[in-house]
Design a protein around this ligand. Structure first.
Ligand code: UTP
Length: 310
């Protein structure tokens, strides 16, 4: 078991969104349960939390919470059946999903936005800084981000967001940060945040991605934050208030992430995640890459007259 990191002992994973971009798959199943190769997306996220030394996880769930709870619970019958068959490899895989951390659940009721989902964590978190990880946002385990954010929070106090440079055409899909340098190559001070800026109004091309380490002062701010864009209580709006007035809960810093990230709530990104992670898997990679190469080569004539889609 990894040692708990300084100051952060709890992580919150909001997983109560409607997942409309992935309907109808998400009609009765949370999008966080969609498999990425052979594990649901949320399992990668919980493993990331544990790898950062945090062992208390609160999931914010909605009406479809059963599959999430069942996935992290023990399944004695299945374990017994695999043991009986001598299938110890699969038994280990099944057990790996079981309680890698103490997992708690709270229901959001109405999906009134990410900010509202985080506010539902207040009674569990109490008065200490905590991590937030979006359950559909995967960070490749080879490119650790959360542990760096925890260290930056310990150094600077306040709150820390994860920033990724995106193409200008994409910034309107994200919360966007106006920033200035701190002298540390991967750490920026956040001056201002705007949720999904209109074209031409983005203060930078730094997008806020789904990892946060937050000061508990965010709860009071969220409780006062009116619904914003899309009629939802936006976490970005509350963070903007913290950034604008550091006397509330300390400064807001951003850790610049340059590693591999997949938004599994988006269909195209999801497909990329599955293909890329499958290609890199030790047990599947060779035959899958061979098939993929043959498939792409065989499909080429269909695209011969057009540009090859990216
Ligand atoms: P998204 O912005 O991706 O929204 O939420 P969504 O509703 O889940 O998905 P689409 O856009 O309709 O396809 C970002 C994160 O916040 C959680 C989601 O589960 C996701 O992890 N969330 C969002 C909540 O927990 N509650 C909410 O009310 C909204």
């Amino acid at each position: 078991m990894t040692t708990p990191r300084r100051g952060i002992s709890k992580a919150v994973i909001p997983a109560a969104g409607l997942g409309t971009r992935f309907l109808p798959a998400t009609k009765a199943t949370p999008k966080e349960m969609l498999p990425v190769v052979d594990r649901p997306a949320i399992q990668y996220v919980v493993e990331e939390v544990v790898d950062a030394g945090i062992h208390d996880v609160l999931m914010i769930t909605g009406r479809n919470k059963r599959p999430l709870e069942d996935h992290f619970d023990r399944n004695w019958e299945l374990e017994e059946a695999l043991r009986h068959k001598g299938d110890l490899g699969r038994l280990a895989q099944v057990q790996r999903a079981t309680s890698p951390a103490a997992i708690h659940y709270v229901r959001q009721g109405d999906p009134r936005g990410l900010g509202h989902a985080v506010l539902c964590a207040a009674p569990h978190v109490g008065n200490e800084p905590f991590a937030v990880l979006l359950g559909d946002d995967l960070i490749d385990p080879r490119d650790p981000l959360l542990s760096r954010m925890v260290d930056v929070q310990a150094e600077h106090g306040g709150s820390v967001v994860a920033l990724m440079e995106v193409d200008e055409s994409q910034i309107g899909l994200y919360g966007c940060a106006a920033v200035h340098g701190t002298g540390q190559a991967d750490v920026l001070r956040v001056d201002r945040l705007v949720e999904k800026p209109a074209p031409g109004e983005a203060p930078s091309n730094y997008a806020v991605i789904g990892r946060y380490v937050l000061d508990p002062a965010v709860f009071d701010v969220l409780a006062r934050t009116e619904p914003g864009r899309g009629g939802e209580v936006q976490l970005t709006d509350a963070l903007q208030q913290l950034a604008a007035d550091p006397s509330i809960g300390g400064p807001v810093h951003g850790v610049v992430f340059r590693g591999r990230r997949y938004d599994t709530g988006d269909r195209l990104e999801y497909l990329r995640a599955v293909v890329q992670l499958a290609c890199e898997r030790e047990d599947l990679g060779d035959p899958f890459r061979r098939w993929l190469q043959e498939y792409v080569t065989a499909s080429m004539p269909f695209y011969a007259d057009d540009a090859v889609p990216v």
